[in-house]
Design a protein around this ligand. Structure first.
Ligand SMILES: NC(=O)C1=CN([C@@H]2O[C@H](COP(=O)(O)OP(=O)(O)OC[C@H]3O[C@@H](n4cnc5c(N)ncnc54)[C@H](O)[C@@H]3O)[C@@H](O)[C@H]2O)C=CC1
Ligand SMILES: O=C([O-])CC(=O)C(=O)O
Length: 258
């Protein structure tokens, strides 16, 4: 499968190394869409890819699927055109807090017979949540995210500080680079208004910690994910990048788990 990548930052570089160097069977990144060709020119030789700054030409470059690893604006601006022509894997899932965009993408995917894959990113438990809510009987879902203070705020603090408490709908608007996980959790469960989020800036940790609690007629479940950050962008967890790889690997399988 020839993959087209949007973005050339921390997650994109992880994917280029893992897919094109390790030569994952059946997958290869062949095209990368960037806004600044000069800045990323070295990638062409390093990973044997072609860079594009024109999005239509990128979409027509012989790719089978698009992976977005850029930001929420890129999802808003580029994925409607993508989904008319290709399947897509999105990681800046926070963009889907916009219900009009979510509806538009759902309609386009159905009309053009394409799939939108939303990897579980830096969290887990989404299979359990969807199963537990099969009868609509999950009552509460909450996420507490704790990150190193410098990833979240400019202020220097010596004690941990709760910097957000409220609905996922508002959390992603205030922290679009840090809490995409709250939106995939919302989409898997109770929606953006009923999924409650707390964000804590902690000056004493070096991991991105996500704690999920859920309760309903099925019982209760809780998950804590202590994520190592990606060295090239500590806001982003290593697992988030790996979840795209995992999603791509599962595409070709005839047995689906979960
Ligand atoms: N769902 C999840 O669990 C997670 C999602 N994320 C999200 O993944 C995205 C990528 O993360 P990183 O690679 O760590 O960020 P990064 O900041 O290292 O890289 C983003 C890259 O995208 C490029 N970019 C931005 N807009 C673009 C556009 N319109 N077209 C082409 N390139 C564009 C930037 O120039 C930059 O090189 C971010 O939106 C981040 O918030 C990050 C971690 C977890
Ligand atoms: O990588 C993480 O731990 C979570 C993150 O940045 C996001 O959800 O946007």
């Amino acid at each position: 499968m020839n993959i087209g990548l949007i973005g050339a930052g921390a997650i994109a570089n992880f994917l280029l190394k893992e897919i094109n160097y390790a030569r994952h069977e059946g997958h290869r990144i062949t095209s990368v869409y960037v806004r600044d060709r000069e800045k990323y020119q070295r990638l062409e030789a390093e990973f044997d890819v072609k860079l594009y700054t024109d999005f239509d030409t990128f979409l027509e470059s012989g790719i089978d699927l698009v992976v977005e690893a850029a930001n929420v604006e890129a999802v808003r601006n580029l994925i409607p055109a993508t989904i008319r022509k290709k399947d897509a894997v999105l990681i800046s899932i926070g963009a889907l807090v916009n219900e009009a965009l979510l509806t538009e993408l759902t309609k386009l995917a159905r009309k053009h017979n394409h799939l939108i894959h939303l990897p579980s990113g830096a969290i887990g438990g989404l299979d359990l949540l969807q199963n537990a809510n099969a009868l609509g009987t999950v009552k509460n879902v909450s996420l507490t995210t704790r990150k190193p203070a410098h990833s979240l705020i400019d202020e220097v603090i010596t004690e941990e500080k709760v910097i957000f408490e409220g609905q996922a709908a508002d959390a992603i608007k205030q922290f679009p680079k840090n809490i995409n996980v709250s939106i995939v959790l919302s989409l898997a469960g109770l929606g953006i208004e009923q999924t409650m989020v707390r964000i804590i800036a902690d000056p004493h940790i070096d991991k991105n910690i996500h704690q999920i609690e859920m309760a309903g007629d099925f019982g209760e479940a809780s998950f804590t994910i202590n994520n190592k950050p990606l060295p090239s962008n500590p806001k982003t967890s290593y697992l988030a990048a790996m979840s795209i790889l995992g999603t791509l690997e599962r595409l070709g399988k005839n047995i689906r788990i979960g």
